[in-house]
Design a protein around this ligand. Structure first.
Ligand code: UT7
Length: 334
């Protein structure tokens, strides 16, 4: 789905931020919990360690900390924020939305706030939505956040999944761009609900409530058919990245940096190769944080931005993939 044509205002990314909890869980730590090895985890995924939120540290707390940093960099105060969208599959509560807690914690009481649930694709879903709402004139700025406390929804006895995921948050401030500023050039997103069974948290919702009888069965934990997901991830990410590159009028050599979803280094390498982008122009930080779902691309974007890996005027392509199945991409002139 694309909607670039009727934009009235150009929209830029005015600031980014991220927050990672302090506690580090290494592959060596996991060797003591399940039958696995640093060698297996690193060679199959590229992950060395991940962060785990403290007890009492919720998704909203991480989201607010990342959001505050993005606002500071954008030079926008909390009371000026008009829209907050939090992308998460690990909300503080089923209702109200995590974005409402974030509004409260930031003191952004003038903002409309809601969540979207699109798993690892959520941050770029939020970006497309916010971009459209700003370009149409409904809002003049938005704080979009990807935040996850996946450690709560992991079966720590399942080696197929517990080695893969981590906690964290990333954020960006979008606002109307002045003519000389960069802008979001093209966005793309897609969904295939026929494959919703490939990644799920099956229990804890209305379909399968947690009851005293089933409470020990880890039904509110994430399950994933990894091999199947892998194939779809490579194909869909490649296709959606190609679409935004073409729609933005770019060629692979014009792209200074690809910032992909951080799930598996083998997926990232396969996409880079298919897009003809050399590895040094692909941002990777999954060795430090694992897969943080909606937060992953947002954290990566912030690290790329703050480390100087992206410079003003350069072209950046973000591309993501996750449960749903969902996928999305965005091409930006920084
Ligand atoms: O963020 C949402 C999108 N998610 C993704 O993009 C994830 C996509 N999938 C993947 O990244 C990979 O499929 C995984 C990393 C999840 C798994 O890698 P794989 O190369 O597909 O391994 P596999 O699932 O086929 O498992 C291979 C073997 C199995 O043993 P057998 O059946 O061959 O004897 C597993 O039981 O590795 C075994 N295994 C492990 N061994 C040691 C699975 N997990 C572990 C583990 N440690 N943690």
């Amino acid at each position: 789905m694309s909607d670039e044509t009727s934009s009235q205002h150009q929209v830029c990314i005015a600031g980014t931020g991220s927050y990672l909890p302090e506690r580090v869980l290494t592959n060596a730590d996991l060797e003591k919990i399940v039958e696995t090895s640093d060698e297996w985890i690193f060679s199959r995924t590229g992950i060395r360690e991940r962060r785990i939120a403290a007890e009492g540290e919720f998704t909203s707390h991480m989201a607010s900390k990342a959001g505050a940093k993005a606002l500071e960099q954008a030079g926008i105060t909390a009371d000026q924020v008009e829209l907050i969208i939090v992308a998460t599959i690990t909300p503080d509560t089923l209702t109200p939305a995590t974005a409402c807690y974030v509004q409260q914690q930031l003191g952004a009481f003038g903002a409309v706030a809601f969540d979207i649930s699109a798993a690892c694709s959520g941050f770029l879903y939020a970006m497309k939505l916010a971009k459209r709402l700003i370009s149409d004139g409904a809002f003049s700025n938005a704080l979009i956040i990807g935040a996850e406390k996946l450690s709560t929804f992991i079966n720590w006895e399942d080696r197929n999944t517990c080695v893969l995921f981590g906690d964290g948050a990333g954020a960006a401030v979008l606002r109307r761009a002045a003519p000389e500023e960069g802008s979001i050039l093209a966005t793309e997103m897609g969904t295939d609900g026929r494959l919703c069974h490939l990644i799920q948290i099956p229990g804890g919702g209305s379909a399968l409530p947690i009851t005293p009888e089933n409470i020990g069965q880890h039904l509110a934990s994430l399950t994933m058919m990894g091999k199947e997901v892998f194939k779809h991830a490579v194909n869909r990410m490649k296709e959606s990245a190609e679409k935004v590159i073409e729609r933005a009028g770019l060629k692979p050599e014009d792209i200074a940096l690809v910032v992909p979803h951080q799930a598996n280094l083998r997926i990232i390498d396969a996409i880079a190769e298919r897009l003809s982008v050399p590895p040094e122009r692909v941002f990777v930080n999954l060795q430090k944080y694992g897969n943080t779902s909606a937060a992953a691309v947002a954290i990566a974007l912030d690290e790329a931005n703050r480390s100087g890996a992206i410079k003003r005027g350069e072209h950046v392509v973000m591309v993501v993939f996750g449960a749903g199945l969902t996928w999305a991409a965005a091409a930006v002139r920084w």
